[in-house]
Design a protein around this ligand. Structure first.
Ligand code: SAH
Length: 286
């Protein structure tokens, strides 16, 4: 196992483990193992600040991060979907660290059974980024440190009117406070992925929406399919609005007067919440 945090040791550990266990990293499972001490240190220093008791790691890989996380928390649960890597996690980490529990399974199926956590850490399997983000709205946790493909993180971090601003931005920021912690080149991982990665911090926030979330989500989805249009035109595309009689429709437009000439893509989350709340009153009348 690695003890000091140097790039050379991290590379040696990775190559040795892959050779010893006869493992060929599988692209299909986004298997790119971290070998960058700066990335690991940044993650660890944030995790340490949380003084966590229980940590969940999604996609333990060959246990590089797991090993260091176990020094910080009382318990680390690491879930991994690849049987071959389970053996590595058991032998190289769990045998040495009594507080590491290795779970063989698919996070997309197992998440409901895992309980609650102080911190979640994942060098996210890129092919399931949005699914994991959705799952995180259903798991109880305080803070998450996640490495996403840069392009995906850009969408989470976008501001209104920026090209990456969209439905994903709005929904993610409804649930979480999102903080940017740095972008890392492919050489931070072995084998190097084809893309850059961005580390972000997510914190659960209280959702201050006074209408059903599903309704809000539907409105945001339907509006953002026409995100370059003005609100007054995009709004006609919403299903229930089509069923409003003309008088009600004009009333609704009148109530939304402040916003109707704005392009959908310029509307902030707060404004979208206000718009959706107004619409919800009309929705109930259809
Ligand atoms: N955390 C490690 C590994 C990152 S690679 C590190 O930073 O080095 C991503 C890992 O997620 C791989 O080991 C892959 O097998 C695993 N993985 C992919 N899909 C998964 C899923 N649905 N559930 C759990 N683990 C998954």
């Amino acid at each position: 196992m690695v003890f000091s945090l140097s790039r050379k040791e991290l590379i040696n550990y990775t190559i040795n483990v892959l050779r010893t266990y006869n493992i060929r990293p599988r692209k299909r499972l986004s298997q790119n193992f971290v070998i960058d001490p700066r990335l690991i240190r940044t993650i660890l220093s944030r995790v340490r600040k949380c003084k966590p008791k229980r940590i969940l790691e999604i996609g333990g890989g060959i246990g590089t991060l797991t090993f260091y996380l176990s020094d910080i928390a009382e318990e680390v649960i690491t879930i991994e979907v690849d049987k071959k890597l389970i053996k590595v996690l058991e032998n190289e980490v769990a045998l040495r660290k009594g507080n590491v529990k290795v779970v063989y399974g698919d996070i997309l199926k197992a998440y409901k059974k895992l309980g609650s956590f102080d911190v979640i850490v994942s060098n996210i399997p890129y092919h399931i980024s949005s699914k994991i983000l959705f799952i995180l709205t259903e798991i109880k946790f305080k803070e998450a440190l996640l490495t996403f493909q840069k392009e995906f993180a850009d969408r989470l971090l976008a501001k209104p009117n920026e090209p990456d601003y969209g439905r994903l931005t709005v929904m993610a920021n409804l649930y979480f406070d999102i903080e940017y912690l740095g972008t890392y080149s492919p050489s931070s991982f072995y084998p190097p992925p084809k893309v850059y990665s961005t580390l972000i911090d997510l914190r659960r926030k209280r959702i201050d929406v006074n209408i059903p979330i599903d309704f809000f989500q539907d409105i945001v989805r339907e509006l953002f399919t026409l995100k370059n249009r003005k609100l007054k035109s995009a709004i006609r595309n919403i299903r229930f609005v089509k069923n409003l009689d003309n008088v009600k429709f004009l009333e609704l437009i009148h109530e939304l007067e402040k916003y109707v000439n704005r392009r959908v893509r310029t509307l902030s989350i707060g404004e979208l919440i206000e718009i959706a709340s107004t619409m919800h009153r009309y929705y109930k009348e259809v």
